[in-house]
Design a protein around this ligand. Structure first.
Ligand code: FES
Ligand SMILES: [Fe+2]
Length: 475
């Protein structure tokens, strides 16, 4: 078992504080109160679980930069846990394949039959060559070194001069399969033959997304960016709304980040959490200086929606109703679907779920995104953030193929990338912090080198690390 650095806590000793349900501190309104004022049904994904996160130990900064953790993550996360590999739409035709790489592990994901997807360790059992290094369509697998070949189901098809290989057999030299799980148009793999069943790992997600089926959606924009910090740091920047006050101050007139609701669902097999930030409610810090009309106008300007007439919005219930209706009408016009049965919250609340270790599906149409965070090779100081923007497949139509993924290097700014629109601006605000966090953590004196997390507003990060600590067997 790896022995983590344990700073001398001195005056920092803690009991096990419990989160205060539903609000960041006394005196602030809750998401539940905001939704109650709408007078509409609350979708399951927005209902509180009543399950606060316990603090199960301190989180030393070294988890983000010590090379030992890369080894532990390979053995205990990437070889053991269900992880998202791609979307089904990335490999629509039989024979389509791509690679899913994490640290120095590599897998081939292939559509082996019209409704069958398989995954294999990406190596040749002859002399080890990687069999696939880019997305392509072929009718079989053929090693570029000596032409050994396999059918799409992984069974051995041809070995040139097989009489010279008396030990080679279909049993031992077929491709090595790994488990595949499919949910919501997403493809997951698990290299562990003894893995918990996929359905158990998903936990509540299928129920939470029943009113927002991701299999009915397609990718309209897709990009990934290399960030100069650990993959967990990049991910954690998207697990709390507490940073909005300083980092995304320009969104405060219409995003109520201080009222973000955090919950988790964890039964030991599935590790899911969620944050939900209300829109068209000014943040706590600016609530005295922004009127309902101004909040609605700024939301509509940001989302490209028609503005309310001057003097027509008297309160926040009206402001939210206006914005939700405009968003619904725009989506109905674009997709041909009737969305009139959806509550305001479906169009307004920024609702991001998390499936351990690294997948973040967003629910609803406020921000219909999809995140994945990965390490880059074995460098604990480099990570990849991958984002898809999704949309409902228009009624009666076949969606276009996914657009090519835009690749941004560590020095390329997301806010200078026209294709990303407002997403690029928000992400750039986040990126500017991340590099400096990685540096700052290394500069900390030993006795202060650990996270100090808010008991409620940063409870999703605490939940991640509780699971991480157990998964890695940390002492
Ligand atoms: S290494 Fe693949 S056929 Fe020789
Ligand atoms: Fe952010």
């Amino acid at each position: 078992m790896y022995k983590e650095m344990q700073p001398e806590l001195g005056g920092y000793g803690f009991e096990t504080p419990k989160a205060v349900l539903g609000t960041s501190s006394v005196g602030k309104q809750t998401l539940a109160e905001i939704l109650a004022r709408d007078g509409q049904p609350v979708p399951p994904v927005l209902q509180p679980t009543g399950d606060p996160v316990a603090v199960e130990g301190i989180i030393p900064f070294e988890r983000y930069f010590a090379p030992e953790y890369v080894d532990l993550e390979v053995e205990h996360l990437w070889k053991k846990h269900w992880q998202i590999a791609c979307r089904e739409e990335d490999i629509p035709n039989v024979g389509d394949r791509l690679t899913y790489d994490v640290v120095d592990l590599s897998y081939i994901i292939v559509r082996s039959a019209p409704d069958e997807i398989k995954a294999f360790h990406n190596f040749c059992p002859h002399r080890g060559r990687r069999l696939c290094d880019h997305a392509e369509n072929l009718e079989n697998f053929r090693c570029p070194f000596h032409a050994w070949s396999w059918k799409l189901d992984g069974s051995l098809e041809w070995v040139p001069g097989q009489e010279d290989f008396p030990s080679v057999s279909a049993t031992h030299h077929s491709l090595t399969e790994v488990k595949v799980g499919r949910w919501g148009g997403n493809v997951f793999i698990n290299p562990d033959p003894n893995a918990v069943p996929f359905e158990k790992a998903l936990g509540p997600l299928p129920k939470l997304f029943a009113d927002h089926p991701m299999e009915d959606r397609y990718t309209v924009a897709h990009f990934r960016k290399i960030v100069r910090c650990n993959w967990k740091l990049t991910q954690e920047a998207f697990m709390e709304g507490y940073h909005v006050l300083e980092t995304h101050w320009d969104g405060m007139p219409f995003f109520g980040s201080a009222y973000t609701q955090y919950d988790n669902w964890d039964d030991g097999d599935s590790h899911v959490n969620r944050l939900a930030t209300p829109s068209v409610v000014p943040d706590y810090w600016v609530k005295e200086s922004v009127s309902p009309q101004e909040s609605a106008i700024q939301f509509c300007q940001t989302m490209g929606l028609p503005l309310p007439e001057p003097g027509t919005i008297a309160n926040y219930t009206e402001a939210r109703a206006w914005c939700a209706t405009q968003r619904r009408l725009a989506l109905e016009a674009a997709s041909g679907h009737d969305l009139s049965d959806k509550p305001n919250s479906y169009f307004l609340e920024m609702t991001k779920c998390f499936l351990f270790p690294n997948h973040h599906p967003w629910w609803g149409e406020a921000l219909a995104w999809w995140y994945r965070f990965l390490p880059v090779g074995r460098d604990p100081g480099l990570s990849l953030m991958e984002v898809r923007v999704t949309a409902r497949i228009p009624k009666g139509q076949t969606p276009p193929p996914p657009p090519p993924m835009l690749e941004l290097g560590p020095d390329e700014r997301t806010d200078e990338c026209e294709a990303l629109g407002v997403v690029g601006h928000i992400l750039h605000q986040d990126m500017a912090n991340l590099v400096e966090i990685q540096k700052g953590m290394k500069a900390a004196p030993r006795e202060k080198a650990f996270l100090t997390l808010a008991r409620y507003q940063e409870s999703n990060i605490q939940h991640f690390h509780n699971v991480y600590r157990k998964a890695l067997g940390l002492d």
